[in-house]
Design a protein around this ligand. Structure first.
Ligand SMILES: NC(=O)C1=CN([C@@H]2O[C@H](COP(=O)(O)OP(=O)(O)OC[C@H]3O[C@@H](n4cnc5c(N)ncnc54)[C@H](O)[C@@H]3O)[C@@H](O)[C@H]2O)C=CC1
Ligand SMILES: O=C(O)C(=O)COP(=O)(O)O
Length: 529
């Protein structure tokens, strides 16, 4: 079998490549060069990028086999997540990999800007001993305004505390109490602009944040203010910043990022008050090792069809540890459901009962949906496109949760209504200390069977001799029975036989058994693969 192809479009750490190992064909290209990138995408299953590769709708369309785009870093402004989702392509990033490095780079630029370090360094190396020209300012007792008090903004706040600064921030999405715990006062953008001696930007680049600090805002700041941007170019308007510094309305700036990168020529570079670095926030050995290994692990999980905790376009939210074992269970139940139904249902309820119901279990619904479509859709069914497949096929899905579960600690049920009104249901649990997956109910009949590779279910009218007939016919066709259970509503009423067998039962054998026992339905379920 051909190995899945992983295209590495930007520099990835050796450690990341090592995690990918020998199970993949790893190819390299220069993602910043479209004429290399687009043809290279034709056969790839996974794409790994940093910030220089534009993964837009055109790139996604050029990659018909693509299943995952992995961003070895934080910012996803270079990835069209919406286009990826439509194509069933998972998008992952490495959300904590480089935040420490980005925060440290911010501190470096704040201090360099306050003390003219870079300019003095350049002058001295040029043979100029200039002391008064490079007189700076202290941080002590200054006000630092943080725009975006998220992961990096918070690390910056923590690191600034010992400098004796007053910390204020603008982040309308953060509860003020959370900011107060960190010793940061949340204010409006206008107040931050008015009060701050240093403004440091830690916002994602989005429609709302592009140009957030423009000409109007730079007319509201103190003339002594220094502006630091280690987030994304364009959040601070470069033209407006240039004019503000030129006109003495802003004292200086420290910039790691630019609206167009690479940027080797900018009017800002002419200003002595501006210190710049070429997007080095994440460029440390430590951050690159973490980013590389984290995305490599995510790529492996994604290509194995498993849940990926760092996926950003999967609707399941954060998955608690005690919910995780429920994912393969729910997926199996979804597959058994479709095999029992023999068609895609019109309405599906995914019920989660028991202790885990107190957690966010939306991902269990996704796993069940993925299972429901796995054996009926030609292309790869993923956590990303399973909800879209349901929508396209008019299947309405509902998640039902309850903390009550009288028989089992936790139980998941996939219950559906078919086009002709018939109902099908299957429930499962994870039992014992080894968390063995068990099916505990099928169409209202209680049972306990392990969903091994090959299963079969027959419904019929309870009467003597049926078990013998089923055993004889399977034996005649060389199918070995591993376990068999009989459940019935009442003596002589409706009954169900559930079997686990060692090899797939051919369809004609299912039919033959069905007709000899007068079965209402006979279904085989093959969970291999
Ligand atoms: N220079 C570099 O090498 C690096 C740059 N970055 C950039 O830093 C950004 C921030 O990273 P994290 O702190 O990890 O992200 P985060 O998501 O943890 O924090 C972002 C914060 O911004 C706030 N926010 C979002 N939209 C806003 C708006 N319109 N107005 C006000 N606040 C808003 C959010 O509430 C959140 O608290 C990334 O998006 C990335 O672009 C990240 C890593 C390295
Ligand atoms: O992670 C981020 O958001 C960064 O800006 C780092 O970008 P890079 O991986 O160094 O191209």
């Amino acid at each position: 079998m051909n190995k899945p192809v992983v295209l590495v479009a930007e520099e990835l750490s050796e450690a990341g490549l090592a995690v990918l190992g020998a199970d993949f064909e790893v190819r390299h290209t220069d993602g910043a060069d479209r004429s290399q990138l687009l043809p290279a995408l034709a056969e790839v299953d996974a794409l790994i990028v940093r910030s220089a590769t534009q993964v837009d709708a055109e790139a996604i369309a050029a990659a018909p086999k693509l299943r995952v785009v992995a961003r070895a870093g934080v910012g996803l402004d270079n990835v069209d997540v919406e286009a990826a989702t439509k194509a069933g392509v998972m998008v992952v990033n490495a959300p904590t990999s480089n935040i420490t490095s980005a925060a440290e780079q911010t501190l470096a630029l704040i201090l360099a800007s306050a003390r003219n370090t870079a300019q003095a360094h350049a002058a001295l190396k040029n043979g100029e001993w200039k002391r008064s020209k490079y007189t700076g300012v202290e941080l002590d007792e200054k006000v630092v305004g943080i725009l975006g008090l998220g992961k990096i903004g918070q690390l910056v706040a923590q690191r600034l505390q010992p400098f004796g600064v007053e910390l204020i921030a603008y982040d309308p999405y953060l509860p003020p109490a959370r900011a107060a715990q960190m010793g940061v006062k949340l204010l409006s953008l206008e107040e931050v602009l008015k009060q701050a001696d240093f403004i440091t930007v830690h916002l994602p680049k989005s429609k709302e944040t592009v140009g957030l600090i423009g000409d109007r805002e730079l007319h509201q700041v103190k003339p002594s203010v220094r502006i630091i941007n280690v987030a994304r170019g364009g959040i601070v308007d470069e033209g407006a910043l240039y004019s503000a510094i030129k006109e003495g309305r802003v004292a200086g700036a420290g910039l790691d990022v630019f609206s167009k990168e690479p940027c080797t020529d900018s009017p800002l570079f002419e200003l002595d008050q501006v210190v710049v670095t070429p997007h080095l926030g994440a460029s440390t050995h430590e951050a690159q090792e973490k980013a590389g290994t984290q995305v490599a692990r995510s790529v492996k999980l994604a290509l194995a069809g498993e849940f990926v905790p760092d996926a950003v376009n999967v609707q399941g939210g954060v998955v608690a540890e005690d919910v995780k074992p429920g994912l393969p269970l729910a997926e199996k139940l979804g597959r058994v459901f479709t095999a029992l139904a023999g068609e895609v249902a019109t309405k599906l309820d995914v019920e989660v009962r028991g202790e885990i119901a107190s957690e966010d279990v939306r991902v269990i619904e996704l796993a069940a949906l993925k299972g429901v479509f796995t054996d009926v859709i030609e292309e790869q069914v993923t956590y990303v496109n399973a909800p879209l497949l349901a929508k396209d096929r008019g299947l309405t899905v509902e998640l039902v949760t309850s903390s009550e579960s009288p028989d089992w600690r936790n139980v998941v049920t996939v219950r559906g209504v078919l086009a002709d009104g018939r109902q099908v249901s299957v429930s499962g649990t994870l039992s014992g200390p080894r968390q063995i997956t068990k099916i505990v109910e099928v169409n209202g009949y209680e049972m306990e069977i392990e969903p091994t590779a090959h299963l079969a279910f027959f419904t019929y009218t309870d009467r003597p001799g049926i078990v013998g007939v089923v055993g004889r016919l399977l034996g005649e066709h060389g199918v070995n029975i591993a376990s068999m259970q009989v459940a019935r509503s009442t003596k002589g009423g409706n009954a169900l036989i559930a079997l686990t067998v060692d090899s797939a039962i051919p369809a004609d054998v299912i039919d033959q058994i069905g007709s000899e026992i007068g079965a209402e339905s006979g279904r085989s379920v093959d969970l291999e693969g």
